[in-house]
Design a protein around this ligand. Structure first.
Ligand code: FAD
Length: 324
């Protein structure tokens, strides 16, 4: 069985890894650099506490994927010999007034019903807070570097600078479209739109921040190296990569509201990335034709959803070919 994967982000590369482990011959066709797009830009929050309050649509998969993450990272570290910055640091969600506090507690009650635990907490910037011990963070650039090594060791061919215009031109037995925000152009399923996000980063001493700190769409997290990331924005401006200084300043202002120290500093880095979104904001995962699979549209949670997506797609492909 030969499988061609179009797109070498965290979704395509994780599927390739799981297929190669099952003995499948895999080629990745990547228009740019492996892990050079959204999977380079993403913050790497693995935070059902902040994102999930029901089991509808992708959310059930997100919970399953969050549970898979520790083993996914352990196995990938051991196969690649590479370090991966993954930390089960928890997340602290802030409420700024009585109405927000009531809303946060009501959401926490719904979350408890689907197995997402949290407890009341305190924070100097907020009227009320809740701590989510199950939330974690990972550096997606580490994951991509480790996947590159693990894939090479398993004989996966990685063709970079290879943009595929039409999946029908590939001769493989199975073609998987995992081209992120560009997937819609390949015509195997619903259209996609890029939802641009800005992030800003500060070099700080490790340990400046404990858990992820969140208030609505503003969040802070810190890598083990000390690099602290603040986000974010959601902009529908097409594939425009340029940093928009007012958007970055707005994130900076909101971030300083959560951690006043940041108001005294200038960001050391600012970058953007394209979240892959379908109109429904649901990912498209599964078989789309006799030899075509799709795995795209993971929007805000593709880093989180990658392990479960890879298991599902690799499992289906091998089962359908009698290898499973
Ligand atoms: C600012 C920001 C913050 C985020 N934070 C988080 C977070 O905290 N947690 C989380 O879980 N997710 C987060 N995300 C979302 C996450 O980054 C994405 O959902 C995920 O990276 C999508 O992975 P992917 O492999 O589908 O897409 P990508 O990483 O974009 O990979 C798709 C690849 O396909 C290639 N490609 C495109 N067209 C073709 C073609 N025709 N032929 C060949 N190759 C092609 C591209 O070059 C690209 O490398 C964030 C995203 C952004 C932008």
């Amino acid at each position: 069985l030969v499988v061609s994967i179009i797109g070498g982000g965290i979704v395509g590369a994780s599927i390739a890894w799981r297929l190669a482990q099952r003995g499948v011959q895999v080629v990745i066709h990547e228009a740019g650099k492996l892990g050079g797009e959204a999977s380079w830009a993403g913050a790497g929050m693995l935070a059902p506490g902040g994102e999930v309050a029901s089991l509808e649509g992708w959310r059930g998969m997100a919970l399953a994927s969050a549970r898979m993450y520790p083993d996914f990272v352990r196995e990938l570290r051991s196969e690649s010999g590479q370090g991966i910055d993954y930390r089960a640091c928890g997340g602290l969600e802030l409420a700024m007034g009585d109405a927000e506090a009531a809303e946060l507690d009501a959401r926490a009650a719904r979350q408890a019903g689907i197995g997402i635990g949290s407890e009341p907490a305190r924070h100097p910037s907020a009227a009320h807070a809740r701590f989510y011990p199950g939330d974690a963070i990972v550096d997606p650039r580490d994951v991509m570097a480790a996947l590159r090594v693990a894939l090479s060791r398993r004989g996966v061919r990685i063709e970079e600078g290879a943009r595929i215009a039409d999946p029908a031109n590939l001769s493989a037995d199975v073609v998987v479209v995992a081209a992120g925000a560009w997937s819609g152009e390949l015509g195997v399923g619903p259209p996609t739109e890029p939802v641009r996000g800005h992030l800003i980063g500060f070099r700080l001493p490790p340990g400046t921040l404990g858990p992820i700190l969140r208030h609505h769409h503003t969040y802070l997290l810190q890598r083990s190296s000390g690099f602290l990331i603040a986000g974010t924005s959601e902009e529908r401006v097409g594939f425009q990569r340029e940093v928009d200084p007012p958007t970055a300043s707005d994130i900076h202002r909101r971030a300083a509201g959560l951690l006043p120290l940041l108001g005294l500093l200038q960001p050391d880095d600012v970058w953007t990335g394209f979240r892959p979104a379908t109109a429904s904001l649901e990912p498209v995962i599964g078989r789309r034709g006799p030899r075509t699979w799709a795995a795209y549209g993971h929007h805000r949670n593709g880093i989180l959803l990658a392990p479960a997506t890879a298991e599902a797609v690799a499992g289906e492909i091998t089962a359908s070919s009698g290898m499973g």
